[in-house]
Write a protein that binds this ligand. Sequence first.
Ligand code: PEP
Length: 253
Amino acid sequence: MRQPLIAGNWKMNLVRDEVVSLLDALVPAVDGVEDRDVLVCPAFPYLALAAERLSGTRVRLGAQDMGWEAKGAFTGAVSPAMLADCGATDVILGHSERRHVFGEDDAMIRRKVGCAIDAGIRPILCVGETLDEREAGETWAVIERQLTGGLDGLDAAACDTLTIAYEPVWAIGTGHTATPAQAQEVHRQIRGWLAERFGDAVAARTRILYGGSVNPKTIDGLMAESDVDGGLVGGASLKAADFAQLVNYGRNG
Ligand code: PEP
């Protein structure tokens, strides 16, 4: 019942010509794929351009972050209505770079999640432990805290469009993909938490993506795990051929 989702997080990469080249190569390579959802998340200035290029295709458009109010005096922030206006349907929230580089905490992320839901934008809530936390045996405690904080006070209906991305910080951009067993263990715990907190129906329908150095060599093993419903991909989403291989996992021969 959960259609897999392969999502590309382009981070602060690619200028106009590169955005156009990547999309022009990617769209024909993935557009015929009907049994997996595909999402790309360019930087804010190129959302509208990307929306034009993606119009009429199956590839969805997302943003990498969002402000937490509808409008007002928030210099530098981008509102959900602005994202929607530019064609974005999804938004990554609480990415580890937002948490660790820009100092976002669970309360800020919770406000963003609520604001996205209110505006009809689908939130992808990222959670994940650092290497120190993993080595100290704190992985689940950290993730439980991030889930509890990021979704505090929401009800099951509000979680209708929610996606969770488990992204161990030690795996992001390092080339050290978590093993399928490591990913599955945490994904299973996340699904169990969703069941306890929101009920079985929410747990069964919520996609849980894995992110952290996913590449064409590691995707098949990860996707074979029962609670891994897709990937949130940084580096490998910047190359059309690699990203197309990820979307076509299990069929690349
Ligand atoms: C990410 O930015 O969410 C990510 C997982 O990056 P990478 O695939 O490069 O590790």
